[in-house]
Design a protein around this ligand. Structure first.
Ligand code: SAH
Length: 233
C-alpha cells in the first residue's frame, strides 16, 4: 500500500518508523513518504499561509502550494485524497478497513486555522476526523489513520496476530488479557485461563467481552443487538 502524507512538518512523521508500522515500511509492505508542502510554494520566501479573508484570528494555509503539491504527488488522481479535518466523518474500525483496501492513500494535513476551502473543493475526495476535538495540526490525525488502516494490510501484523479478536472487530470491546506471572502481589490471573480448556476459555472471553461492552459502551452493545436481530429477520 502506498501512503503519502502532505504536510508542512514532515519530521513529525519520523515516529511512524518505529515498531509495527516501522517494520512494515522497512519490509516494503507500506510505501510511505511525508511530502513537504512548503517545497511547492511559489512565494519567494516559501510562505504557505496568510490571514483569513473576512478577518478572524490565526492564519490559513494558502491554496497554491497545496494544489501544486497534490498534483505533483498524484498527477493522474490514482490516490484516494483525504483531508484530515474535524469536520470530516469520524474514523472508525470500518472506515480504517475501507482505507486499508485502497492501493494509494494521500493524507493532507492542515495546520493553523485550517486550509483555503478551494483546496478542498478542487482536490479532495474525502474528509476524515479522528474525533470531536481540535488538534493543532492534521499530522497526529494522519498518523492515527495510517496506523489504524495499516493494521488491516496483509503482512503488517505478525503471522500469529489476528485483528479479528480485537476490540470493535465484531462490534464488541476486547476481553481482558493476562500474561505471566500467574500471581502478582496477591492478584491472581482468572483460573479459567490457566486450565487449558479451550471451550471454557472461549466462553470466558466471550462473556467478559459482552459484559465490558455493555458496561462501557452501551451504544456499541445496542447497535450489535440491533444488527443481530435484523440478521434474523
Ligand atoms: N479552524 C478549524 C480547525 C483547524 S485545526 C475548525 O475549527 O474546524 C488545524 C488542522 O488540524 C486542520 O486543518 C486539520 O487538518 C487538523 N485537525 C484538527 N482537528 C482534527 C481532527 N479532530 N481530526 C482530523 N484533523 C484535525
Amino acid at each position: 500500500m502506498r501512503i503519502r502524507a502532505l504536510t508542512l512538518f514532515p519530521k513529525m512523521f519520523d515516529c511512524l518508523y518505529e515498531s509495527i508500522i516501522g517494520r512494515a515500511i522497512k519490509n516494503g509492505i507500506i510505501d510511505f513518504k511525508a511530502v513537504d508542502i512548503r517545497e511547492y510554494s511559489k512565494d519567494k520566501h516559501f510562505k504557505c499561509d496568510d490571514t483569513p479573508y473576512g478577518g478572524g484570528a490565526g492564519m490559513v494555509m494558502t491554496v497554491q502550494p497545496i494544489y501544486d503539491c497534490i498534483n505533483a504527488v498524484d498527477p493522474h488522481h490514482e490516490y484516494l485524497r483525504v483531508y484530515m479535518s474535524p469536520k470530516g466523518e469520524t474514523l472508525s474500525d470500518k472506515c480504517a478497513r475501507g482505507l486499508a483496501a485502497c492501493d494509494s492513500l494521500l493524507l493532507l494535513c492542515g495546520h493553523y486555522e485550517g486550509i483555503d476551502q478551494r483546496a478542498i473543493d478542487m482536490c479532495i475526495d474525502r474528509e476524515i476526523s479522528v474525533g470531536d476535538y481540535v488538534l493543532s495540526g492534521g499530522e497526529l490525525a494522519a498518523m492515527t489513520v495510517i496506523d489504524a488502516a495499516a493494521r488491516f494490510v496483509d503482512g503488517v501484523l505478525g503471522k500469529n496476530v489476528s485483528h479479528e479478536d480485537e476490540s470493535f472487530a465484531d462490534g464488541l470491546l476486547e476481553y481482558p488479557q493476562y500474561t505471566r506471572p500467574p500471581v502478582f502481589m496477591g492478584r491472581a490471573v482468572p483460573e479459567v485461563l490457566l486450565n487449558g480448556n479451550h471451550k471454557e476459555i472461549e466462553r470466558f472471553r466471550r462473556e467478559s467481552s459482552a459484559k465490558l461492552t455493555q458496561e462501557r459502551r452501551g451504544d456499541l452493545f445496542a447497535a450489535r443487538n440491533d444488527s443481530k436481530n435484523s440478521e434474523g429477520d
